[in-house]
Ligand binder design. Structure first.
Ligand code: MTE
Ligand code: LUZ
Ligand code: MOS
Length: 751
């Protein structure tokens, strides 16, 4: 089945927030900030800005009727900077005007005075100054202290991982207007309508039932709208309440890049110990997470870093510690993988450094340590139905790893100016929100008396195809055609208390809830059908309900109409909560994930050794989809995830100056992958695996895991660099930009 949005997307008919037809009188809001990353605010002069033509109002912290606070996990995030500024780009207020242009002109006229404070941008520095967001966490298994003495090889090192800007195609934005009695309608480009509703209630000092947040779809989120869509919607709602008029607030791309947080950078130290048999006996890692100026989701991201600190490997002795460090950067946030990729990159780096030291190929170490059924992870989950070894074996065989090795060696022996490298990249990603209480969802299904069906869930469509999968669920459960089902917008009045659409669990959680609603409705309809057809069992298929022998039947439309006549309820509201998951944070042990997604990729890269530029030639993947519900949608997720990951690993360089000012606030200075950076070959093979009962129709979650295949892009390029500059041991620092590659091609041993 094709993605239900495909036609409207390519013909430009899909509606995003800025496409909603404006109500007459609509005003525009524009956030303003101070030109500093850390300061005490001593004065704001709004007088001349206020008098400019077209300016209706300027709102600051003192105009907030409720709490000036939008922090969820930790209440450390004011909506408007009041007494202090903690990062460059922090909103101090909004300008409301009759056009966006008027607001832009007024923004230049705002006067500030402030006392400059010293900004901290480095997480290790923040840590030294005791600037932690939450207490550190440590995951442990076995005893690393005792294990070192038994290791034949011990290697330690440091890894620097930079952030990543989301570059969702639709920038952050919201449109809000008043209904009657102080009720507000808010269209928001958010992954988390309930979070938006909750924050608006808090800032306005009203109850949640007065606020209707509606999301038709979003033009990409990638985690960047899990928490950070909230502020802009709250501002639009506040402005609507204060002016009594509809207010639209859509961030300009450069404001969006400057004012919102990114993937968390990490600086990490590792120590790894192996036996002569290449078994990893001990692994110690300390992560310094750059959280930025407020908690946002960083504590949860930190936790997922720890969960994934051993990737797909079974290591008997592990001590993994992580610090969430408060710096004067925009609050960093969720980004596809949610801290997992950072944790996995460090263990992969440790393995590669061990391989370089011992003088073996990294894949020998990787292969010798893959997780098997019954292995216990540092967080206590005993792994079942693992697919680390079979996905590896399938990739090795199908893509002929030995030929890859020979081909690369052969090429390198003949070429002086270009060198090739390869890497094998296994992944293992846990599916469930690590915060157990978030793993639930609801669905609301109405069957109208003409037989058409409308479905609402808490899932937000962001391009990942969740609405297509939900439509497939409803149509399969009722045995009716796709055309009969409509997936409605995500709306807080129809579905309450939603978890964000995140953690790759959108289709699983909402699909399971939807399946329950459809099953209940179908059972009620089946009773009506059995009476009418005078039989014991009925089958729903092809828009027809028939008895077992298929001799007697009634059409879906007739049956629905009949049920309506008989006063059978044709609506259902259902709830699903993932069973069997738990995690004890006092012991740091439990069973946090419903299941894991596995896979193995082989990545090849070619480096131009005169220029330092490179191409990722191919990414060949064996992926554990379980039983995919929609191969086209799922392949799209893999291709997008891999290319997004390659961008992070190779070219996307977020740069701040030492005063905390973002230097890469436009797409001219922040390079994301384009069609030329897409590998010529992306091959995807479905591993023959049974899937999990906790996945919808055994179709495993696919949103985030593929991004991590791209970690191998760094290691493949590194190999090519070392083929040219023999004996080079470059410092590990991603993104591995052409500048860094060029230095490493001609540099001395740098570690
Ligand atoms: N795909 C597209 N096209 N756009 C997106 O914003 N977000 C990713 C992934 N794939 C994203 C995407 C992220 S970060 C997550 S968590 C999942 O989709 C969320 O959707 P799901 O839970 O339905 O997989
Ligand atoms: N969001 C969240 C996530 O709140 N908890 C998670 O565990 C998670 N994992 C991945 C992406 N977003
Ligand atoms: Mo995705 S980082 O869970 O929004």
């Amino acid at each position: 089945m094709i993605n239900i949005d495909a036609k409207n997307h390519v013909s430009g008919k899909s509606v995003y927030v800025d496409d909603i037809k404006e109500i007459r009188g609509t005003l525009f809001a524009l956030p303003f900030d101070l030109p500093t990353a850390h300061a005490k605010i001593t004065g704001l002069d709004l007088s001349s800005a206020r008098t400019l033509p077209g300016i209706v109002s300027i709102l600051t912290a003192k105009d907030i009727p409720g709490d000036n606070q939008i922090g969820v996990a930790v209440p450390d995030e004011p909506l408007f900077a009041d007494k202090e500024v903690h990062f460059s780009g922090q909103t101090a207020g909004i300008i409301i005007g009759v056009t966006e242009h008027a607001c832009r002109l007024a923004r230049r006229e705002i006067g500030f005075s402030f006392e400059q404070l010293t900004p901290v941008t480095c997480p290790r520095q923040a840590m030294k100054q005791g600037m932690l967001i939450v207490p550190p966490r440590t995951f442990r298994i076995g005893n690393t202290d005792d294990a070192w003495s038994r290791c034949d090889h011990i290697v330690s090192g440091t890894v620097e991982i930079n952030g990543q800007e989301h570059i969702y195609m639709e920038t952050q934005g919201s449109y809000a207007y008043l209904k009657e009695d102080g009720c507000i309608f808010v269209a928001s480009s958010t992954q988390a309508p309930t979070a938006v509703q909750w924050a608006i209630a808090r800032v306005l000092g009203i109850e949640m039932h007065r606020i209707e947040v509606d999301t038709v779809r979003i033009g990409g989120g990638f985690g960047g709208k899990e928490d950070q869509a909230t502020a802009w919607a709250v501002m639009a709602a506040l402005a609507a309440v204060k002016t009594g008029m509809p207010v639209k607030l859509i961030l300009h791309r450069m404001d969006d890049i400057r004012m919102t947080g990114k993937r968390n950078p990490y600086s990490s130290d590792f120590r790894i110990g192996l036996g002569n048999d290449l078994k990893i006996m001990a692994y110690e890692v300390t992560h310094y997470q750059n959280a930025g100026a407020s908690a946002d989701l960083s504590p949860a991201i930190l936790e997922r870093t720890l969960f994934h600190s051993t990737n797909s490997y079974c290591i008997p002795n592990v001590t993994a510690t992580a610090y969430s460090c408060r710096t004067n950067l925009p609050p960093n946030t969720a980004f596809r993988g949610f801290g997992g990729p950072q944790g996995m990159f460090v263990i992969e780096s440790a393995i590669v450094r061990a391989a370089e030291t011992i003088g073996v190929s990294p894949d020998e170490i990787q292969k010798a340590n893959l997780i098997k059924d019954g292995d216990e992870m540092p967080y206590g989950q005993v792994m079942q139905e693992t697919h680390a070894t079979d996905s590896w074996a399938e990739a090795e065989r199908r893509y002929s790893l030995s030929e890859v090795k020979n081909r690369v060696a052969e090429f390198n022996s003949h070429s002086d100016t270009h060198k090739k490298g390869f890497a094998v990249q296994p992944i293992c990603f846990g599916i469930s929100f690590t915060n157990t209480m978030m793993n639930h969802a609801r669905a609301l299904v109405h069957i109208y008396k003409d037989g058409s069906v409308v479905v609402s869930t808490g899932a937000v469509e962001m391009g990942q195809g969740v609405n297509t999968k939900l439509l497939q669920v409803a149509s399969a459960e009722f045995g009716i055609s796709h055309e009969r089902v409509k997936i409605e917008s995500t709306n807080t009045l129809r579905i309450a208390n939603t978890s964000p659409t995140a953690a790759s669990s959108g289709a699983d959680l909402n699909g399971k809830a939807l399946k329950i609603a459809c099953t209940n409705l179908r059972e009620r309809l089946a009773e009506v059908a059995k009476q009418t057809l005078e039989c014991e069992e009925v089958v729903f298929a092809n828009e027809t309900i028939s008895d077992n022998t298929r001799k007697k039947s009634i059409s879906w439309k007739e049956l629905v109409n009949m049920a309506q006549q008989q006063r059978v309820p044709l609506s259902e509201h259902s709830h699903y909560a993932t069973p069997g998951i738990h995690f004890d944070r006092t012991k740091e042990k439990g069973h946090p994930f419903a299941y894991h997604v596995y896979g193995t990729a082989i990545i090849e890269a070619t480096v131009d050794c005169l220029r330092g530029t490179y191409l990722i030639d191919s990414v060949r993947i064996v992926h554990d989809f379980g039983k995919s519900m929609n191969a086209d949608v799922d392949h799209g997720q893999i291709e997008g995830g891999v290319v997004q990951g390659i961008g992070w690993m190779t070219m996307e360089e977020v740069m701040f100056d030492d005063k905390g000012k973002l230097l890469t606030s436009a797409l001219s200075t922040y390079k994301i992958p384009d069609i030329y950076s897409v590998p010529a070959v992306i091959e995807i093979h479905h591993l023959d695996s049974p899937g999990s009962d906790l996945a919808i129709y055994k179709s495993k979650a696919v949103g985030e895991p593929p991004l991590m295949y791209a970690l191998g892009a760094y290691f493949a390029i590194r190999k090519a660099v070392q083929a040219f500059n023999k004996g080079a041991e470059p410092a590990i620092s991603v993104p591995y930009t052409p500048e860094k590659v060029l230095f490493d091609l001609y540099g001395k041993k740098t570690l």
